[in-house]
Design a protein around this ligand. Sequence first.
Ligand SMILES: Cc1ncc(COP(=O)(O)O)c(C=O)c1O
Length: 419
Amino acid sequence: MTAIPTALKSRPAAAFDVERIRADFPILKLRVGGKPLVYLDNAASSQMPQPVIDRLVRYQATQHANIHRAVHTLSETATSEYEEARRKLARFINAREEREVIFTSGTTESINLVMHGYGRKFIGAGDEIILTTLEHHSNIVPWQMLCEEKGAKIRVAPINDAGELLVEEYEKLFNERTRFIGVMHVSNALGTINPIRHMIAFAHARGVPVLIDGAQAAPHMQVDVQDLDCDFYAFSGHKLCGPTGIGILFGKAAALERMQPFKGGGDMILSVTFEKTTYNTIPHKFEAGTPPIAAAIGLGAAVDYLSAVGMDKIAAHELDLLNHATEQLNRMPGVRIIGTAEKKAAVLSFQVEGVHPHDVGTLLNQDGVAVRTGHHCAQPVMQRFGIPATSRASFAFYNTRAEVDALIAGIRNVQKVFS
Ligand SMILES: Cc1ncc(COP(=O)(O)O)c(C=O)c1O
């Protein structure tokens, strides 16, 4: 049985008015196949509240122009709104300076930026990069590409049967060739919350920089990059009630300044001749071309919204949902939870005995319940558990206990259909 984390007992969700919050999300009123939508695919993409939708419309209707390049009023307005969004993001993660926030298209691009900007400059033949079994493909494949190009090597920190990182094994992987660490804050496949603060401190004591993939953490808990002391932190807007096509890379200013640009083009330069180009200062050095201006401003509105709800309240409510779901699934014969870490975020991967996850997802969809099925872009995790796929319910702060109950009833129905 999965232990109920003690945090829940000290932080009941009673003060949290979920119905008022739900009223802000127009999509939650949808019906699917005649049934009320029960949206439990938030780890893939979350939904957008009306204030964020309104902000996008207002920008597009009254403020849009290209940024940074003109003196006319609209361009100045768009530029200042875009830079204001950067300030909001910096505050959201407690970055020391706003120039430490680079707008990217999302977590994947952020990690690729670090690979190209840092990895290709500072990692060479025989050097080693430590990742973990838990990583999403987007924090594996770029490093494999780098290793192929440079002759460097990936070493992998393993997990136990609960899906928890084996910290001692991680520590044993360090040697004089260790140059970089890439680790996710929260596992998208299992929900495990990694002990990243310790992992970062351990790496720093050996002079090794650390990138945190925060795609599944930033939407669900307070992130403080100064407190964590990470060198890089990446996340996506669309998992955080914001638009698609936008995300950020936080990087410590000193690291970003030492890095080479990722993409070349307009805006990332100070001067260009055919003989020589001088690059712009950070963050602009890493934002070549016209950025997704509307999406960045929308993401600024999204973090305003989340901050107004309160990240601590969000974390407590989601933990309540996770515990409610875990307790019920643990009581169901023929259902196995994959990922039973002591410290988990609101991701629940499971298997129903004798039923392919795809069939589980299809039948749940007939009940209006949206879950994800598959390998969740984490095939090494699936290999570790000897399974091809799971069904995954992932909760957001606008989900309810009644929706968890609908999931459980749906799983019972799956078992009945296949009995
Ligand atoms: C842990 C993790 N990292 C990275 C990503 C990639 O995010 P994106 O597709 O928004 O770039 C995801 C998306 O599911 C994720 O869950």
